[in-house]
Design a protein around this ligand. Structure first.
Ligand SMILES: *[C@@H]1O[C@H](CO)[C@@H](O)[C@H](O)[C@H]1NC(C)=O
Ligand SMILES: *[C@@H]1O[C@H](CO)[C@@H](O)[C@H](O)[C@H]1NC(C)=O
Ligand SMILES: *[C@@H]1O[C@H](CO)[C@@H](O)[C@H](O)[C@H]1NC(C)=O
Length: 443
């Protein structure tokens, strides 16, 4: 009997790495850091003897936070949830949507009045980033938050939509990520097409839904680097370009495509836009295929995936893993699940060998500091440099966690590819341990 228990125990110990997961307390702290990191920041600005408060607010951080919160806390309202019918219910929104509504309200109330003039949600010097807040604002409008807070959400959404038609475009129609000049960024795919697709659903306009796909098709045409495993370049056209294969940018592109896929799939246009959905699945897989060739033994990507000399970045590895779980649950493709699991386990593991913070909720966590910030990460405001305290990386952690949970609940599809090779080894090892213990006991 004792031997049997020992055998069970050794089995458990050997398999326990597979069971590692962020605790609820850790998720709560990650969420808190994200909330703090993605706030409007005010910085004093001196001009003609007066002091102004310059609002520094990076719209994409708010939009990304909103999407992460939807996936984690309100999956019925997230386009990444299979079967979450669109548009969602517009009555009795759950209290889990409170933070998302707060983001929407702060954004819409923070605009300068513009009537019906085209206007981005937030003036942050980018054309492509502000629409990222769109789904949060559309949810607020759809569930009639204006009846209690008096904000004109519908007008803000229309103005933002119209603003996209005022910025430069390529001759075939790809909308610029920058308002001042034509420049395409891979980040755009996460910020604009999901907004267009959702706007099309809300306004029952098939051609707007189709346009979300069309923007992705055009961006892929310009950014995909066919010479190098189909990885996407970070940028094309314009001045001070980054033409290398920024890992986070590849993650943004894949994750944005999955949101558009989920939006179409959960809508009444699902039957109509079949080829578009199939293309999106192929293109997500194309990025995953390209990226996972370069996953390092550290379970991070280089900041530029195919550059051996670039620093380790856990943010992009986290985002890519999130896309793998979503491709599995949304499209039934489990190809890269073993590598996503390897990444997730490595990034959320506690070390028995020292390393990591020695106090608090994140004790011994190798990839989180004591305050719950993921590391190492690229500086999200200077994409070529390593940084710390990245709000978007915190959002990626929540997305990976939410994606993992949904995938686990759906039955761990595709995990057997990894487990299949792990099981005989672990079994063998526990058997050896058992035999050794038996010999020791009965000697
Ligand atoms: C705003 O909500 C109303 C329903 O209250 C809906 O008919 C309309 O399409 C929504 N507008 C946008 C732009 O989402
Ligand atoms: C649908 O959206 C397109 C732009 O995406 C616009 O040109 C067209 O007028 C819209 N149709 C309706 C009926 O509003
Ligand atoms: C743990 O220690 C670090 C650094 O000394 C500190 O910043 C952090 O607040 C502490 N965390 C807790 C939960 O005590």
């Amino acid at each position: 009997m004792a031997i049997f228990l020992l055998l069970l125990l050794s089995l458990f110990v050997l398999f326990s790495p597979v069971l590692t997961d962020l605790t609820d307390a850790q998720v709560a702290v990650v969420k808190q850091r994200l909330a703090e990191g993605s706030q409007r920041r005010y910085s004093p600005c001196f001009y003609l003897g007066n002091v102004f408060n310059l609002v520094l607010c990076y719209s994409w951080e708010l939009g990304t936070r909103a999407q992460a919160l939807l996936e984690l806390d309100s999956p019925r309202y997230s386009v990444t949830t299979p079967g979450a019918k669109l548009p969602p219910s517009n009555t009795n929104p759950p209290s889990s949507l409170t933070d998302v509504f707060t983001i929407a309200r702060n954004v819409v109330s923070g605009r300068s009045p513009a009537g019906n003039t085209p206007q981005p949600f937030i003036e942050d010097g980018s054309a492509g980033d502000p629409p990222s807040v769109g789904v949060a604002v559309m949810l607020a409008n759809w569930t009639n938050q204006q009846s209690s807070d008096g904000q004109n959400y519908a007008q803000a959404i229309r103005n933002q939509f119209n603003y996209l038609y005022t910025v430069p475009r390529t001759s075939d129609g790809a909308i610029s990520h920058r308002p001042d000049q034509l420049q395409l960024w891979s980040d755009f795919i996460y910020m604009v097409p999901p907004f267009l697709a959702y706007y099309g659903i809300m306004t029952k306009n098939r051609s707007t839904v189709a346009e979300s796909y069309n923007q992705i098709r055009l961006y892929r045409k310009y950014l995909r680097d066919q010479g190098t495993d189909n990885l996407w370049k970070h940028m094309a056209f314009g001045d001070s370009q980054d033409t290398y294969h920024w890992s986070t940018g590849n993650g943004w592109a894949a994750a944005g495509m999955l949101r558009v896929l989920g939006t179409i799939k959960n809508s009444d246009y699902a039957g109509d836009l079949k080829n578009e959905q199939n293309d999106l699945i192929d293109w997500v897989l194309e990025i995953q295929d390209g990226m996972y060739k370069y996953l390092r033994s550290t379970s991070c990507f280089g900041n530029y995936a195919d550059d051996d000399h670039s620093f380790d970045d856990a943010a992009s590895a986290t985002l890519l893993a999130a896309t793998v779980y979503r491709l599995s649950t949304l499209a039934g493709n489990h190809k890269h699940i073993p590598l996503a699991e390897r990444t997730r386990i490595a990034l959320t593991a506690r070390s028995n060998l020292g390393g990591g913070p020695s106090n608090g909720t994140f004790v011994s966590m190798v990839h989180f500091d004591a305050d719950g910030w993921l590391s190492p990460v690229v500086n999200p405001w200077l994409f070529g440099e390593s940084g710390s305290k990245s709000p978007e990386a915190q959002a990626f952690v929540l997305m990976m966690q939410a994606g993992y949970q949904d995938w686990a609940q759906a039955g761990y599809s595709g995990a057997n590819a990894g487990v299949r090779s792990a099981v005989p080894l672990s079994l063998l090892a526990s058997f050896a341990v058992g035999v050794a213990l038996m010999l020791a006991l009965f000697q």
